[in-house]
Design a protein around this ligand. Structure first.
Ligand SMILES: [Zn+2]
Ligand SMILES: [Zn+2]
Length: 337
């Protein structure tokens, strides 16, 4: 079967691999879609901290189950997606019901080889039923679950102002889930096209361009002088993370979903005077995946509108580098098998 390997930052190569054998407790899936996200792009750039090479990328996927691996309630031939975070089940985080931050977590397509190949073998426990969603929708469940988790971490309450910085796929999902939680969402980005997308497709309360000199004043005015009680970073950009604190209300929560390599820093007095709560949000748990699937079935989120680029598996090496360039207008690229 054909496999696409990221051999080193900036390099892809196709390889012919033997069809994988599904061992006990392991399910086999024939791939239909793989979504490309910031993690994959950063891995290709060499700026993602959890990567080593060579690596088969791809963790946002959907396909047809060809061997259930004994998973109860599943049938060969059905459409599935997966929870691509494989946890140990015994560490302190797993024992606390937080397998998303397992001490020895193995993320499919990050720590272990992922979905850029015709067939994959995954633990049967990672399977999720397709529930009538189409292949594109199923491949979009994972990135939206990331947002759902961040919103749940923040404990967003109805009527709160929630500022989401970064209007890439993760930020868009975060905005949608915050809106579903009843928040008045403010989208902040430096790309006018993406802000327009938020306004037209996401029903956000307001948008602010971070390059505006008076961006802080704009956020203050939108929130009637209070500032947002929740700020969620979905940029993974050091400057944006360092600046985020200035948008936060006194008594507010600052949640980092985005990830980058460096130490971040902000003024201790600015952080302290707000009695800020700082938290990271890593991956997602099954509850988040289930909430996203439910929301898609109800039509309260329509993430297919994020798909701006569709390519065949063979075209990935030729196209991938272009998706790093925001000028191509890419929000979500989707690979078809
Ligand atoms: Zn992703
Ligand atoms: Zn664990």
């Amino acid at each position: 079967m054909k496999t696409l390997v990221c051999t080193a930052p900036g390099h892809f190569a196709f390889r012919e691999d033997a069809l994988p054998e599904a061992g006990i407790g392991m399910a086999r899936i024939r791939l239909k879609r793989v979504g490309i996200c910031g993690t994959d792009l950063h891995a290709f750039e060499g700026t993602q901290p959890f990567f080593s090479y060579p690596r088969i990328l791809g963790h946002e996927l959907s396909g047809e189950l060809t061997d259930t691996g004994g998973a109860g309630g599943f049938e060969a031939g059905e459409s599935v997606t997966i929870i691509p975070y494989f946890s140990c089940g015994t560490c302190i985080a797993c024992r606390a019901g937080k397998p998303n931050c397992c001490v020895s977590i193995q993320v499919f397509g990050v720590h272990v080889d992922g979905g850029m190949r015709e067939e994959i073998i995954v633990p049967a426990g990672s399977l999720l039923h397709g529930q009538g969603l189409n292949a594109d929708e199923l491949a979009l469940v994972e990135p939206l679950a990331i947002g759902a988790h961040g919103v749940r971490r923040a404990g967003v309450q109805p009527g709160e102002y929630v500022l989401v910085t970064g209007a890439g796929p993760i930020g868009l999902g975060t905005m949608e889930l915050a809106r579903i939680a009843g928040a008045r969402v403010i989208a902040l980005d430096i790309n006018a096209d993406r802000l327009r997308f938020c306004k037209e497709h996401l029903g956000v309360h307001a948008v602010v361009n971070g390059t505006d000199k008076d961006a802080v004043e704009q956020v203050k005015a939108i929130t009637n002088g209070d500032f947002p009680t929740v700020v969620i970073d979905a940029t993974g950009n050091l400057g944006a993370i360092n600046n985020g604190i200035q948008y936060l209300a006194h008594g507010g929560r600052y949640v980092l979903i985005g990830l980058q390599k460096e130490a971040f820093s902000f003024s201790h007095p600015e952080f302290h005077k707000r009695e800020s709560t700082l938290m990271s949000s890593r991956n997602a748990v099954k509850e988040d995946f289930e909430q996203v699937i439910r929301s898609m079935k109800q039509g309260s989120i329509r993430p297919q509108t994020y798909i701006t680029h569709t390519v065949g598996f063979d075209e990935v090496p030729g196209q991938f580098a272009s998706w790093l360039n925001p000028a191509t207008g890419v929000i979500k690229a989707m690979v078809h098998f």
